[in-house]
Ligand binder design. Structure first.
Ligand code: C2O
Ligand code: CU
Length: 443
């Protein structure tokens, strides 16, 4: 079933799940006869595009756009029709971080059939969670996301808790271009300039659509991280512009700052290249030279503000506990001798399945015994981080994509409140494609 030559989906397989499974999960969709409040059409199609630098990408896109934005109001019934025009191996849409009913989760061969060229599929779910999310194809995701099949999914809250005057959504991604790999915000791989009136509060929605964690620096103003993976931080503290932060692959932060009377620079990574990629916010006129500072510390979510939801205490009794040891070894996969990424020494589909019952409290421990980071992404649920390296964190935070660095151990908790069959995998999608994924299943 994983033979690449056979045309079966390889990132998220099919085959060993029987049809009975698919019938069962489709019962979990909820009442889709309710009329939609927000409707979108996304047509998966190839399009050559040119980045700001002139580098050319043979992109695979939704609607021929780079990272299109879908926007809804909290509480809306959202309906998104996906049509595949010409992506040969088929596409889907996975709502990354969004706790949709299982049949809407977009995992081919598991929650739906892949959408082949000429076919369509309609996603419908109620947008209960407000915040910054994103979506991407889950068919051969390593290749399809790298080529551009992703966009942002923004749900505006019924009631805004943190006021802002302007918002900017920024999705960082590394493109394979005719001039090599280029890091960009959307299709902007050069420094952008944006005029903002001093005194205005700017909200940045940052989404890491790249295949590795991404460091950000915001310089020229104090700032606050107001939400992590779509979940608001209560009483966020002010951070100095000497503090860098790092987004997990697939992770999101909302960041806000008040525009001062001098420029503010948001830049990606270690580069001090004045031509970007990054954004320069300026008041009256853009400065002639861009000054870079070096950072002195890295943001640590385990001691910041207060989490919005924390039902977990030291006294919580868990119904089930699982341990995942993240590792690597050499071995055969898809008929090729390869470097494999393993969970408890196994590669998917031989990795363990987490079996839970609805309503149970689950604790999962991640132990990274490899030399790479692994952003662990759980579908359909939100995890609360309780312990890091054996010690309780000061402020448990809610995440759907937790970056686990080499030698780190994390304990996370979640409630089994969304029945179905779900993926839990590394969001370095090349790692997932050679083993690092497993299933969460309801008994
Ligand atoms: Cu963002 Cu299973 O993926
Ligand atoms: Cu990994």
């Amino acid at each position: 079933w994983m033979d690449e030559g056979s045309g079966t989906p390889t990132m998220m397989m099919s085959g060993h799940h029987n049809h009975a499974n698919m019938v069962e999960v489709s019962a979990l969709t909820g009442d889709v006869s309710v009329p939609a409040d927000t409707t979108y059409l996304l047509v998966a199609q190839k399009r050559e595009m040119t980045l700001a630098s002139g580098a050319v990408v043979e992109a695979w896109t939704y609607n021929g756009e780079v990272a299109p934005e879908l926007r809804a109001q909290q509480g809306d019934m959202v309906e998104v029709k996906l049509i595949n025009k010409n992506i040969d191996k088929g596409v889907t849409i996975h709502w990354h971080g969004y706790d949709v009913p299982n049949a809407m989760d977009g995992v081919p061969g598991m929650t739906q059939n892949v959408v082949n060229p000429g076919e369509s599929f309609t996603y419908k779910f109620r947008a209960e969670q407000a915040g910054t999310y994103w979506f991407h194809s889950h068919q051969q995701a390593a290749e399809q996301v790298r080529n551009g099949l992703f966009g942002s999914f923004i749900v505006e809250p019924k009631k805004e808790t943190i006021r802002y005057d302007e918002e900017v959504t920024l999705i960082n991604h590394n493109w394979n271009t005719d001039q090599g790999e280029r890091t960009a915000f959307g299709d902007q791989d050069r420094m952008q300039r944006k005029q903002v009136e001093p005194g205005k509060i700017i909200k940045l929605r940052l989404i890491n659509a790249n295949n590795q964690s991404q460091k950000y620096l915001l310089q020229g103003s104090d700032y606050k991280i107001t939400s992590i993976d779509g979940t608001p931080i209560q009483q966020p503290e002010s951070l100095s512009d000497q503090t860098a932060f790092r987004l997990a692959a697939g992770g999101r932060y909302d960041v806000s700052f008040t525009m001062p009377d001098h420029p503010v620079l948001l830049k990606l990574g270690e580069s001090t290249d004045a031509e970007g990629p990054g954004i320069l916010f300026y008041g009256d006129s853009p400065p002639d030279t861009i000054r870079f500072q070096t950072e002195s510390s890295l943001f640590d979510p385990s001691r910041y503000g207060k989490p919005a939801v924390n039902e977990w205490t030291a006294a919580t009794e868990f119904d089930r506990e699982f341990t995942m040891i993240l590792g690597n070894r050499m071995g055969f996969y898809n008929g090729k001798f390869n470097y494999l990424w393993t969970i408890n020494g196994e590669v998917y589909p031989h990795t363990p399945t987490l079996v839970v019952k609805e309503g149970e409290k689950i604790k999962t421990t991640f132990i990274n015994k490899s030399l790479s980071e692994h952003p662990m992404h759980l579908h359909g649920h939100h995890m609360t981080v309780l312990k890091k390296n054996g010690k309780s964190v000061e402020t448990p935070w809610v995440t759907d994509t937790l970056n686990v660095n080499p030698d780190e151990t994390y304990e996370v908790a979640f409630t089994a409140d969304n029945p179905g069959m779900w993926m839990d995998h590394c969001h370095i999608l090349d790692h997932a494609a050679v083993g690092m994924m497993l299933h969460l299943m309801y008994d």
